[in-house]
Ligand binder design. Structure first.
Ligand SMILES: [Zn+2]
Length: 335
């Protein structure tokens, strides 16, 4: 049975803005420079290199001033602001609320080419934490200490693990002798080609993100402080998202149902940061559920992959869940 698995492809639509932070704070005037209604992300290496060459020819005083750590904004002239300039990695519509040099903007996660994507780990992590909460599991392991503190549940021994859907589906850290293979894998997913094109023609060359600021209340001083974010706009789709579920033991069908459940929990909750302010509302659309048996890997001609459902929403999938489970069980039995 271990050689049977199901794959879904799906689309993740943003119904509200989405912010998945990297934990890095970009500094205004240094990393981000506002200019004429847009915000430019500076490529520090290129800018520094250019400034060094200029300072070198201008003499020691200029060099010293440069090395004293002047903000990037002071090294740029109006003529530099061109989205095709190598001095910039990307630019975004909108300018920050606070123009003070050194003001912080929370960075949105992007790939190495500065393209937006949805990390599979973010989605899987959110599914896990909502399922932990729903099942009332104790959060006994720190993933991160400090602000914000992140704790998850993780089984300590074989007895616990035998009864634990969360650890079997989502995995345990490191080598645990009692653990069976993690059932669920969620791959990273890119912004859809259509949205890359659509967003790119709006206004600028690389407006994959926008800058947004929210007045947040400082819990200690009760003062309103602007918190600024890079964010993904509402109304875009990440696709094709891929989730893989590997069957390992007899009762794994039950675990697969947990995955559907967890997806619905995410849809009813939020993904990323600022959920209490309406961020991170998403929907799973256009799901296709495919089943592959061990025989398929032997010979896909005689045992082709089987599409159990095609192009349905998560609501439809959940309504047909029993029928779907029956069909998968049959395929398992006939394997
Ligand atoms: Zn557990």
């Amino acid at each position: 049975m271990s050689d049977l698995h199901t794959t879904w492809t799906a689309e993740v639509e943003t119904l509200s803005p989405l912010h998945i932070g990297t934990g890095t704070e970009l500094l205004l005037g240094y990393d981000l420079v506002p200019h004429r209604g847009q915000t430019y992300r500076v490529d520090e290496d290129v800018l520094l290199e250019q400034a060094l060459v200029q300072a070198e020819s201008a003499g020691d005083a200029a060099m010293n001033q440069l090395l004293a750590g002047r903000p990037a904004a002071e090294l740029l002239t109006a003529a530099d602001f061109d989205a095709t300039s190598p001095l910039f990695r990307y630019r975004m519509p909108g300018t920050p609320f606070t123009r003070t040099a050194g003001a912080q903007v929370q960075e949105q996660i992007k790939d190495v080419h500065d393209r937006l994507y949805l990390p599979g780990s973010s989605l899987k992590g959110k599914m896990r934490s909502l399922m932990e909460r729903r099942l009332g599991l104790s959060l006994n392991r720190y993933v991160r200490r400090g602000k914000p503190e992140v704790r998850i549940h993780e089984c300590d021994d074989a007895t616990q693990y035998a009864e634990c859907d969360v650890c079997k589906v989502f995995g345990v850290a490191g080598e645990k002798e009692f653990a069976t293979p993690t059932r669920l894998f969620v791959r990273d997913v890119a912004l859809s080609d259509e949205d890359v094109e659509r967003l790119a023609v709006l206004d600028t060359e690389l407006p994959y993100t926008e800058v947004k600021w929210e007045a947040a209340i400082d819990r200690i001083t009760s003062a309103a402080v602007p918190r600024q974010f890079e964010r993904v706009p509402a109304g875009v789709a990440f696709k094709p998202m891929q989730l893989v579920f590997n069957f390992y033991e007899g009762d794994d069908l039950r675990l697969l149902r947990r995955v559907f459940e967890a997806m619905e929990l995410v849809q009813d909750d939020y993904l990323g940061g600022m959920g209490s302010r309406g961020y991170g509302e998403i929907a799973f659309e256009n799901l296709t559920l495919t089943l592959k048996t061990g025989d398929y890997y032997e010979d896909p001609q005689t045992s082709p992959a089987q599409d159990i459902r095609e192009g349905i929403s998560l609501e439809e999938l959940r309504k047909e869940e029993r029928a779907i489970m029956g069909e998968i069980e049959q395929a398992l039995g006939g394997d």
